[in-house]
Write a protein that binds this ligand. Sequence first.
Ligand code: ATP
Ligand code: MG
Length: 395
Amino acid sequence: MVGGGVRDLLAGVKPKDFDIATNARPEQIRQLFRGCRLVGRRFMIAHVRMGAEIVEVTTFRGPITDSHERDDTGRILSDNIYGTLEDDALRRDFTLNALYYDIRDYSIVDFTGGVEDLRSKTIRLIGDPELRYREDPVRMLRAIRIGNKLHFRLDPAAVAPLKTLAPLLGEIPPARLFDEVLKLLLNPEAVENFRAMYWFNLWRELFPDNAAALDAGGDDVRGFIEGALANTAERMRQGQPVSPSFLFASLLWPCVRERAAELKTKQGHPEFIAITQAGDEFFARQSQRIAVPKRFSFPAREIWQLQPRFERRRGGAPQKFLTHPRFRAAYDFLLLRAAHGEPVQELADWWTQAQAGQPPPVPEGGDPPLPARKRKRRRRRGSGGGGQQAPQSQD
Ligand code: ATP
Ligand code: MG
């Protein structure tokens, strides 16, 4: 057994999963276990099903040689040479992650000084940090995530190259970055992870527009982003479900909000259209860095598109909205906006009371004018659909 499972057990943290390393070749592993699937192109990994869990089984990797294909930044592109246990240890990222638990004699096998680093609570790269980051820039994100998870410090030599090498994250395929970003941000340490990434200029590579908004926007933008991450972290600590959709809706909102306001004033778009268009623009830009699957980006758009609906508080509109499947997410989002500088606190309070079944009177002039809404409502009823607000149809 190797990797995070061993590391976390020794550090006194509950492991997320267990990884196995072996000298058996992928084909041999497959013959041994019935529920086994071979995955991965760069390096073949066996996924062995054990009840409800999947255990990752990897054949020992061999040493890096000149025959490994690299790009011109030093990133390793092909990786299919097998080796010994010691070779395998030296290929891992941090000393703590290269500890092997040997089930034959219950011993810990340590080739890289991982036990000592565990004792001194230090995240240290195996070998030359700059070289190891260049081989795989995602290790920069892993250093931050694992350091914050264990509340360990990063070895100064692991910190030194971060700001300079941060732009190398631009070479990583957007789908892989999506996975890594989720691990960092759907995380009880999400706020700390965000702060470290921002500090080391990694955030800029992942969320360029958001970073620009943070640079320009001051305390409210930062408060909004950190507020969203703190909510997520708190929910995780309490074992409540968290969604990538809400996360991405929050991260892109400062830009989307500003752009939507611009589209409203300059081009006279109604709010729903302005938000939809701005959201499409920023998701298109963001997807060049991080590939957010549609099953998450669509609900994120919907959270934005539902925001103007909170302003329709007369007649039957509220009752209908309260039963909308994404009402809760949109309402949580409204609360977040209210808490960080947007003038929607009165609205948020109204909807809090409406959910308790006691909506207070709607204040004068707070909502869009009645005649337009009345006409719309009648037409919708006539068409029998009532689906004017089904935002997906706008995509
Ligand atoms: P956790 O499971 O808590 O996220 P982990 O360290 O187990 O942390 P995995 O992605 O499960 O992370 O990887 C298992 C092991 O594989 C790591 O502990 C490490 O030894 C090795 N590993 C993972 N990613 C890399 C990488 N980018 N470079 C080198 N070794 C890696
Ligand atoms: Mg693991």
